[in-house]
Write a new protein. Structure first.
Length: 292
């Protein structure tokens, strides 16, 4: 049995002449919560679809629960929950009908959980799916993905249309799943959600993995330096390896990938400046890493 729930090895995927994924490798251990970030068009949804066997890469290997993703067995599929970016629902069905229909595909279905969430999220079982709002359809899509209590939950922008209260409930539900040893791959633009639940962050840039790191280590490593000089900084002022420089007269803001005490001492010594270190949020880090 594989030690990883999900693994991608040197996966590449192109659409026509556009290469969306370029030699991407990723391995997710059981019980992990991995946040997937990237600007639009960097391959997040394509990566997820390749990981689930919904798209076939041109090269590389993808395995889920030790099986090739493209030929997943029914037993393996029954262990996966997936919330796509755009809900794929049957508009002519009523909410209760689509819940019962989804439940019929799985040997285990938590009716108590789903009935409770239908009430908490104000989803009327007798309503038709088609007229539901975008947010209501997203809620329903989430319920359908978790009713069988999957071992691997894959979320592609699942909370974008949810109101703040529904998002808090959703995050609480994911945390509950994690507490029971589930594995979650969570793609979202809402970095504050990832900061609440993710232990590891993967950032895609240009179809490649730019960052794959424990969240706490990432926030400890990447910092913004506020640099102040008594005189205007010289034109040649720079910090080797910096993610971004913003210089204005005698002050500068410099984001660095490894804010070690040795680096700070070297900057102060070389340029005769004062350096203050600023901690960054995940959103700040994402913007610095993907800054072009």
């Amino acid at each position: 049995m594989s030690e990883f729930v999900l693994s991608l090895g040197n996966v590449s995927k192109s659409f026509g002449r556009k290469r969306v994924l370029d030699q991407v490798s990723l391995a997710i251990a059981p019980g992990s919560v991995v946040g997937l970030l990237g600007k639009n068009g960097t391959g997040k949804t394509t990566l997820i679809k390749c990981a689930l066997g919904l798209l076939k890469p041109q090269s590389g290997q993808v395995h889920v629960f030790g099986e090739p993703a493209w030929t997943l067995s029914g037993a393996a599929k029954a262990r996966i929950g997936y919330v796509p970016q755009v809900p794929a629902l049957y508009p002519w069905m009523r909410v209760r009908q689509i819940v019962d229909y989804q439940a019929s595909f799985y040997p285990h279905w938590n009716d108590e959980l789903i009935d409770r969430l239908l009430g908490e999220w104000n989803l009327d079982p007798s309503e038709k799916v088609g007229p539901l709002s975008v947010g209501q359809q997203q809620k329903l899509s989430i319920l359908l993905a978790i009713g069988h209590e999957p071992e691997l939950l894959v979320l592609d922008e699942p909370a974008a249309a949810l109101d703040p209260e529904a998002r808090r409930n959703f995050i609480r539900m994911v945390l509950d799943l994690v507490g029971r040893g589930r594995t979650v791959l969570f793609s979202t633009h809402i970095t504050s959600d990832l900061e609440r639940i993710a232990e590891r962050i993967v950032i895609l840039a240009g179809g490649q993995v730019a960052i794959d790191e424990d969240l706490d280590q990432l926030k400890e490593r990447i910092k913004r330096l506020h640099i102040t000089s008594r005189t205007p900084l010289p034109a040649e002022f720079s910090v080797p390896g910096a993610l971004r420089h913003d210089r204005n007269g005698s002050e500068a803001l410099v984001s660095v990938p490894n804010a070690s005490p040795e680096l700070i001492q070297e900057i102060e010594r070389r340029w005769a400046v004062t350096v203050d270190v600023e901690d960054l949020s995940l959103e700040d880090i994402f913007l610095e890493v993907t800054h072009a």
